[in-house]
Design a protein around this ligand. Structure first.
Ligand SMILES: Cc1cc2nc3c(=O)[nH]c(=O)nc-3n(C[C@H](O)[C@H](O)[C@H](O)COP(=O)(O)OP(=O)(O)OC[C@H]3O[C@@H](n4cnc5c(N)ncnc54)[C@H](O)[C@@H]3O)c2cc1C
Length: 359
């Protein structure tokens, strides 16, 4: 069964009903992934020859927006798993694809990404977070991957590192390797059920069969799979805003004084979502694009922060009490300020805080 991303209402209702359960200590969206598997969502980014349905980027963007409107944690963990699958599916290593993709598609194995140290994390440090030594056809990894979502539950981590000459590699590391240590995830402001933490690599050796890309300069810019600040991140922000505005609408029905604020943020969200979808169709049209992915991410961050805070303000003190969706959504919205956030987006969001730009 493979419902289109437009036809996942029941799945979203189930995820929404369970979203509060992910706030308890040590939670993990395992049951939610069972629901995703049953609904065919785990095949979205997997090519047909390996059992998937390989939906296009507009459908994927809509799918992420819908899922995150119901449960951000589940949608976020899915993006990290899909990021790993997309990088495997997009590489030229056919043997690796045939070995890993069928079981990943069936939900029998789980993969995740630890790539931020190649893009947005630790960029100011001189020594690379993960160093790689090339020994003939083998690669040896040493260092700490700073951020890996769901590492404790992962069979594979798609990660990378730098060799001595500065070139980088991207590869799959099986977590069963005795030299891989998943460190206990730290307590975070929100999304603790994503079980995100660091992973230590103490001389982990793999052979070329696990290589995805490289050695190459700036391996993440080779375009294998999605990138930092890609539309998926905006889809999750705008989806979270949509879910929040759905709850705010319930307040508005009882309190007409909230109407104007609701309508203004909802219209802005819908406009940004339309621009996002227009851009996602980019490859398929010759029309000039309305704005860049970075610009959409900047707007999405701003909207999700304001939508969640408006909902908290409308919910008053009741919304400030732990367990109310408003306090959780406000904390979850903060995630977009730090997740896969390109420097120009971060700079623009900071300028907005300082009232140096128009929203
Ligand atoms: C919940 C969550 C889940 C995530 N999941 C994943 C995942 O699954 N996979 C993945 O690859 N990534 C993941 N990330 C990483 C994310 O995409 C970003 O890369 C990360 O949030 C960047 O933050 P950092 O603290 O590592 O940045 P850094 O830039 O390393 O900053 C760390 C600290 O260094 C200092 N610093 C920063 N810049 C400078 C500077 N220019 N000069 C001097 N000091 C400086 C500051 O004190 C800062 O607090 C996740 C992040 C979060 C929060």
């Amino acid at each position: 069964m493979n419902p289109s991303p437009l036809d996942i209402q029941t799945l979203c209702d189930d995820l929404r009903a369970k979203s509060g359960e992910l706030e308890v200590a040590d939670a993990w969206p395992g049951q939610q992934f069972g629901l995703l598997a049953k609904a065919g969502v785990l095949g979205w980014v997997i090519p047909r020859e390996y059992g998937g349905v390989e939906i296009n980027s507009t459908e994927l963007t809509i799918g992420y927006e819908r899922l995150s409107s119901a449960c951000l944690t589940t949608a976020f963990v899915l993006t990290q798993r899909n990021g790993a699958c997309q990088r495997i599916a997009g590489c030229e290593n056919d043997a690796l694809k045939a070995e890993l993709l069928p079981d990943l598609c069936a939900g029998e194995t789980f993969a995740t990404v630890g790539i931020s140290h190649l893009t947005t994390s630790r960029q100011h440090l001189r020594t690379p977070a993960v160093q790689v030594e090339q020994q003939g056809s083998r690669l040896k990894f040493d260092g700490t991957i700073p951020w890996v979502t769901g590492a404790l539950f992962a069979d594979y981590i798609v990660t990378g590192g730098a060799i001595a000459d500065g070139r980088q590699v991207l590869a799959v590391i099986p977590t069963a390797d005795a030299n891989v240590t998943v460190l206990p995830p730290p307590r975070m402001l929100s999304l603790n059920a994503s079980q995100t933490g660091a992973v230590k690599l103490d001389g982990v050796e793999i052979d070329e069969r696990y290589l995805i890309a490289g050695p190459a300069e700036a391996v993440m810019k080779l375009g294998v799979g999605g990138g930092t600040g890609s539309l998926a991140t905006s889809a999750l922000a705008l989806g979270t805003a949509a879910g929040t505005l759905g709850l705010l609408r319930e307040e508005v029905e009882k309190r007409p004084d909230l109407q104007e604020v609701f309508e203004s943020i909802a219209a802005e969200r819908d406009e940004a979502a339309a621009a996002m979808l227009e851009l996602s169709r980019g490859g398929a049209t010759d029309k000039p694009q309305p704005c860049s992915a970075e610009e959409i991410r900047r707007r999405s961050n701003s909207i999700v922060l304001r939508a969640t805070q408006a909902y908290l303000a409308a919910s008053k003190g009741a919304g400030f009490v732990a367990g109310h969706p408003a306090e959780r959504l406000v904390r979850e919205a903060m995630f977009f300020l730090v997740w896969s956030c390109p420097q120009p987006v971060l700079a623009a969001n900071l300028r907005e805080f300082a009232c140096l730009v128009e929203t």
